[in-house]
Design a protein around this ligand. Structure first.
Ligand SMILES: [Zn+2]
Length: 327
């Protein structure tokens, strides 16, 4: 479906650069090493990386996908904001359907945050159609992992414009999807559609270029895998894509200070501020404990076993990076 020219003029996507201390100078901007991240942990991607909230859709490559018993469900947050979320919060659902997708309704079209998996496309579109007859105009991808980007190509074929941070687009381009993203931003961006504002802010933590999408009119934010819960979906950082626990904790501190009532995580149910506080406290404790153990010279196996025993958190794939970050 082609957008009429006048509509295009009425729809402004403003791409601005952050004016705060993180803003890049022209020289830094020309430098591919520019980054919002405070630390860089050099960890190569493990072969066939998978497991946890950073896994690509269908993360268990080679194995036949486990078909979950129940399809994702549509959850209403406000009259104009919905989320499509998995029912039982299992890794099998994550691999099959992908992560959460937020649906924001305006009179001039729908803005989607994350696209679930390719195979979930028809069900996702059906759920959108059940609450709006307008086309999907923009799909904002919070980051570059397959469980969030897998459905984007089919939405693009139907006329949606795919938006992502410049930094995470580079990861997609390197992974062989250079043309999936059509619009990028760095620092801050915004979409104005149907009289509503959708703000984009870049953070570092799960990856180098995580996007937090704010819907001020709905008092809600969608944060991608900067937050994953409950414990059945262990939150992880993706070191090969520039993430770190140091920056994740900084970002969680920044998010709690924002004005919102509903937080849409990358995986798991919508959170209240109280639930987010508890989650942030839990991971503050996990990381503090990990740092202490690593400084004491404990082995990766000991660190993993202790975190699993004390916090029920030890996604094995995250441990080499954790050791490198705090050694
Ligand atoms: Zn992820």
């Amino acid at each position: 479906m082609r957008t009429p020219v006048l509509r295009l003029i009425a729809v402004a996507l403003l791409l601005t650069f952050a004016a705060d201390t993180r803003a890049a100078s022209a020289q830094e901007r020309a430098n591919p090493e520019r980054s919002l991240c405070s630390v860089t942990v050099p960890v190569p991607p493990p072969p066939g990386r998978g497991g946890g909230a950073g896994a690509p859709a269908g993360g268990r490559r080679g194995a036949a996908p486990v078909i979950p018993a129940q399809p994702p469900r549509l959850v209403r947050i406000t009259d104009d904001l919905y989320v499509v979320q998995n029912v039982n919060h299992t890794l099998a659902e994550l691999g099959y359907f992908g992560g959460n997708s937020a649906i924001y309704l305006t009179n001039d079209g729908v803005v989607l945050v994350d696209s679930k998996s390719d195979r979930e496309h028809d069900d996702l579109v059906g759920k959108i159609r059940s609450v709006s007859d307008k086309p999907v105009k923009y799909v904002v991808l919070t980051h570059n992992h397959g469980d969030h980007t897998g459905g984007a190509a089919k939405l693009q074929e139907k006329g949606a414009t795919i938006v992502m941070s410049d930094d995470d687009r580079e990861h997609l381009a390197r992974a062989g999807q250079p043309m999936l993203v059509q619009l990028t931003y760095s620092g801050h961006g915004a979409i104005y559609l149907g009289g509503k504002e959708i703000r984009l802010t870049q953070y570092c933590g799960h990856t180098r270029g995580d996007t937090v999408v704010s819907f001020p009119g709905a008092r809600a934010i969608a944060v991608g895998d900067l937050v994953a819960w409950p414990e059945s979906i262990p939150q992880i950082v993706n070191y090969p894509d520039g993430g770190s626990w140091t920056d994740t904790l900084r970002t969680l501190d920044a998010l709690v200070a924002l004005d919102w009532e509903f937080l849409i995580p990358g995986h798991g149910p919508v959170m209240t501020k109280q639930e987010f506080q508890a989650h942030k406290t839990r991971f503050g404790a996990v990381v503090a404990r990990a740092r202490d153990l690593i400084k004491q010279g404990r082995s990766q196996e000991e660190v993993g076993a202790t975190l699993q025993r004390e916090f029920n958190w030890a996604p094995a794939g995250n441990l080499p990076g954790l050791m490198a970050e705090f050694r």
